[in-house]
Write a protein that binds this ligand. Structure first.
Ligand SMILES: Cc1cc2nc3c(=O)[nH]c(=O)nc-3n(C[C@H](O)[C@H](O)[C@H](O)COP(=O)(O)OP(=O)(O)OC[C@H]3O[C@@H](n4cnc5c(N)ncnc54)[C@H](O)[C@@H]3O)c2cc1C
Length: 397
């Protein structure tokens, strides 16, 4: 049977970061991915500043920045009144290395790392290899992979489950995935039409509150992405239709003859696994937690999980296995997922909605108050850029 030190399941952004960091640390790693390549996945577009610092340690930040757009500003906009509350990460200049969000399609990160892993002497990348089962032994884990023609087995010291929201590894572990699923879904449309030609003072990241239909407008190098809520009773065919697309653009820029390159519907969840570590198997990224995309925290927090877990794996491989290190991984990453990622994404959604039971005017005033005071504003910028939650997590012993 083939042996290695660590198997990483899933070549999304989180799995590729974990595998590449482990390879750079000098460990043998096998990255197995069910698909034939890193899918051209348009989900995440925002990479936050502390994540860029991690990617910088891996030596790839500049390469990725060259493929994205620097977005120092983000706006909370009121569509009916035209008010804009603008936050500018340039205010953290001198304090942080990257005073901006990087707007970059998530597949560019996964692809970049998968290519580097394919060239790395300690790494092996197996596309078209799906983890179908695993078995924990006293000092390792035996993983069964379904390849194109056969089931292969690999023996490793550790299995990192970065196999996404539908994680088969989480399901085999039987771990509860508590939380809820929103009744409405999220529809995203991508267009090459420049929305900035129609909407004055538009920056690259815009959260737009609107009594009729809230929306998020995000710029990535290849397109503008428009995210709108979709009522639960609206059929997929209609949501992806020309009629719906025309409605969205008519409402947004007053014209409907807009070509789109993607129309995708997402079901959105707020869920966290009850435990991230299970013996020699640990959950990271979407396999461990899911949240709505408002704020751009899902992939970023998943990368922060991967970072912390790799540090604990390093200690275990160098000094001998100790369960306590993976307990610490869980204590550092799981509570912050609840206290910040879950709480903040739900709050961000409420901020955009004009639901009758929510006092929108009061929430808007709170946002303006945060903005008005410099120290409060800077604290908010650090918090939304995920510096605060990362520092809190890292302080846990
Ligand atoms: C509309 C939208 C916008 C978003 N925007 C942002 C954003 O701006 N910023 C942000 O931080 N987050 C954002 N997110 C969330 C982000 O997309 C996810 O958090 C991120 O993709 C999680 O990465 P991952 O590697 O954990 O999982 P995934 O990206 O889902 O990757 C999992 C990989 O595992 C593979 N796989 C699955 N099962 C197996 C198996 N059994 N064996 C082997 N391989 C397997 C899959 O093929 C896939 O390649 C957004 C999400 C949505 C829906």
């Amino acid at each position: 049977m083939e042996t290695t030190q660590v198997i990483v399941a899933g070549a999304g952004p989180v799995g590729t970061v974990a595998a590449y960091r482990l390879a750079c640390m000098g460990f043998d790693v096998v990255l197995c991915e069910a698909g034939p390549n890193c899918a051209i996945d348009m989900r995440a577009s925002t990479i936050h500043s502390p994540t860029l610092e991690m990617l910088d340690e891996l030596g790839i930040a500049e390469e990725l920045i060259a493929q994205g757009l620097k977005a120092p500003e983000y706006h909370f906009r009121e569509r009916d009144t035209g008010e804009v509350v603008s936050f500018d990460l340039s205010e953290l200049e001198g304090e942080v290395k990257y005073p901006f969000r990087l707007q970059c399609e998530q597949y560019k990160l996964a692809n970049l790392l998968a290519k580097k892993l394919e060239e790395h002497p300690r790494a092996q990348v197996k596309f078209n290899h799906r983890v179908v089962a695993f078995n924990q032994t006293e000092d390792g884990v035996e993983v069964a992979l379904e390849g194109p023609f056969a089931i292969e087995k690999i023996q490793a010291k550790y299995l990192v489950a970065a196999d996404g929201g539908n994680s088969i590894i989480r399901k085999w572990l039987g771990v509860e995935f508590d939380g809820f699923t929103y009744p409405e879904r999220f529809l995203t449309l991508s267009t090459e039409v420049d929305l900035a030609d129609y909407i004055p003072n538009l920056c690259y990241v815009n959260y737009i509150s609107d009594p009729k239909e809230w929306m998020v407008l995000l710029r990535v190098p290849s397109a503008w992405r428009i995210l709108v809520p979709a009522k639960e009773d609206q059929p997929d065919d209609w949501l992806k239709s020309e009629e719906k697309k025309n409605q969205v653009f008519e409402h947004l820029i007053g014209r409907s003859d807009v070509a789109t390159s993607h129309r995708t519907i997402y079901r959105v969840h707020q869920r966290v696994a009850k435990q991230f570590n299970h013996g020699r198997v640990c959950l990271v990224g979407d396999a461990a937690h899911l949240n709505n995309p408002l704020g751009g925290f899902g992939m970023n927090s998943g990368i922060h999980d991967a970072w912390e877990l790799c540090s604990q794996i390093e200690q275990n491989l160098k000094q001998g296995h100790d369960d306590a290190r993976f307990d610490l991984y869980d204590r550092r990453r799981r509570p912050v997922t609840h206290s910040f990622i879950q709480a903040q994404t739900m709050q961000n959604k409420k901020m955009l909605e004009h639901s009758p039971e929510e006092n929108h005017a009061q929430r808007l005033q709170e946002m303006k108050d945060i903005h008005a005071d410099r120290e409060t504003r800077l604290a908010y910028l650090r918090k939304q850029a995920m510096f605060t939650c990362l520092a809190e997590a890292n302080a846990v012993n």
